[in-house]
Design a binder for this molecule. Structure first.
Ligand SMILES: Nc1ncnc2c1ncn2[C@@H]1O[C@H](COP(=O)(O)OP(=O)(O)O)[C@@H](O)[C@H]1O
Ligand SMILES: O=C(OP(=O)(O)O)[C@H](O)COP(=O)(O)O
Length: 407
């Protein structure tokens, strides 16, 4: 049983709130998209309005990446979204950070620096060991409670996610609560239930496909994106060198054998693309699977119209659809059709659940809306769909005793 904000006596309490605001970043190192920040506004404003003091903890990017930047611009944006001043301090758990947290008055909010600027926060620990990291030992003395709203990072066992809830009374924020509610009860949704697996997380998607087919949760699995390309190769289709090299370079070559095993075991419930779109003379050009391989240097960048017709027929009977990953390279407007059409069809199905950071961004870009639930998580949502436990959620379940709520 996980405690929520309903169980927390907020007035006068200093709360460390872990959010996931890992976002696209512009060339000047500032925030390019605030969707993930907006998702946490309900949790943060509720805590502030109920008289708490809030220290926001978050990561941005991974060491070495162009998006591995400070949270200064996130704090600026948060101030606008919350319509109140939000301090920012370029420290996470040092004396400067503790001082900034101690200085908070009721209803005050400070954003601490990118947790991953410190190496421990990019390592995986069991909760006991995570409780003895510098981040946890540095912050614990100035916090009364911990709230985890970072569902999108809940598959990581890093100190700010599993260490703090080992030592502080801990609660799920509103985002976490709603994600667990929806993604934790997929088995109760109506059937026929169809899973659409696109995007580029091939290993994770194959794990999900195995799990939902084996457990009888999926009546059909439709494949698209890089996942669909891997299944086509596994089925003996020659996709040409460009797509094969891409799959090899991404480290997914071994997944072809796993996809082939899956087709052997459950091929009757797995649908593969019937055509693909490539770039030819700078335009989109569709090729039926029988016409493959494509020309030199041409890669399969999207699903084509006959695949869309085929998938539309399967989806026309569905009561529930769960989708993860774009159907094509949506960043290039020539290859947006697959994602736009496929996800568009899904909005007409009674229960439609979408997961994935890039997927959510694609849907915003393409103006596709009307789903029952759009998850803030990609990897975390996929992991939940395999009914695996998420370390940060387990840490909340095992968190220490808490003070009683005020009502
Ligand atoms: N056919 C394709 N070839 C190469 N990349 C693709 C293809 N289809 C989709 N993608 C890429 O997949 C990426 C998103 O996949 P993924 O990270 O799995 O999504 P999410 O973050 O929603 O879980 C996008 O950058 C998109 O360009
Ligand atoms: O963006 C995230 O996950 P996602 O790409 O699965 O949506 C989370 O912030 C986790 O980031 P990480 O995969 O660098 O640990």
């Amino acid at each position: 049983m996980i405690a929520t904000l309903d169980d927390l006596d907020v007035e006068g309490t200093t709360v460390g709130v872990r959010v996931d605001v890992n976002s696209p970043i512009d060339d000047d190192d500032t925030l390019a998209d605030d969707a993930r920040l907006r998702a946490h506004v309900d949790t943060l404003s509720e805590l502030l309005e109920r008289g708490g003091q809030v220290a926001v903890l978050a990561h941005q990017g991974r060491p070495g990446g162009d998006d591995f930047v400070s949270l200064a611009s996130h704090a600026d944006r948060l101030s606008t979204l919350l319509d109140q001043p939000v301090d920012y301090v370029d420290a996470t758990f040092s004396e400067a950070a503790r001082e900034a947290v101690r200085d908070l008055s009721n209803g005050g909010c400070v954003v601490l620096e990118n947790t991953r600027f410190y190496s421990e926060e990019y390592m995986e620990f069991d909760p006991e060991r995570a409780a003895r990291t510098h981040l946890v030992e540095g912050l614990e003395p100035v916090l009364d409670a911990y709230v985890n709203d970072a569902f999108a990072a809940a598959h990581r066992s890093q100190p700010s996610l599993v260490g703090l809830p080992s030592v502080l009374p801990s609660y799920a924020g509103r985002v976490m609560e709603s994600e667990l509610d929806v993604l934790g009860s997929i088995e109760e949704t109506d059937t026929p239930r169809v899973y659409v697996l696109g995007g580029a997380k091939v290993s994770d998607s194959i794990d999900v496909a195995w799990s939902v087919l084996e457990k009888g949760l999926a009546d059909h699995v439709l494949t698209a994106g890089v996942v669909g390309n891997v299944f086509l190769i596994a089925d003996g289709v020659d996709l040409g060198d460009a797509s094969s090299d891409f799959i090899y370079d991404q480290g997914y070559w071994d997944e072809i054998d796993r996809a082939a095993d899956l087709l052997d075991a459950y091929g009757d419930r797995i649908a593969l693309p019937r055509d693909v779109a490539v770039a030819r003379d700078d335009d989109r050009h569709e090729l039926g699977v029988n016409a493959l391989p494509p020309g030199d240097g041409e890669a399969a960048m999207d699903i084509g119209n006959s695949t869309l017709d085929y998938y539309r027929r399967i989806l026309s009977d569905a009561e529930t659809v769960i989708l993860n990953g774009p159907a094509g390279v949506f960043e290039d407007e020539r290859f947006q059709t697959g994602t736009q059409e496929l996800y568009g069809v899904a909005t007409d199905i009674p229960t439609s659940i979408v997961g994935g950071g890039d997927t959510a961004a694609a849907l915003r870009t393409l103006g596709v809306e009307g789903f029952s639930h759009v998850s803030t998580g990609g990897g975390a949502a996929l992991r939940m769909l395999t009914a695996e436990s998420l370390p940060a959620v387990t840490a909340l379940e095992n968190a220490p005793q808490r003070p009683a709520a005020d009502d």
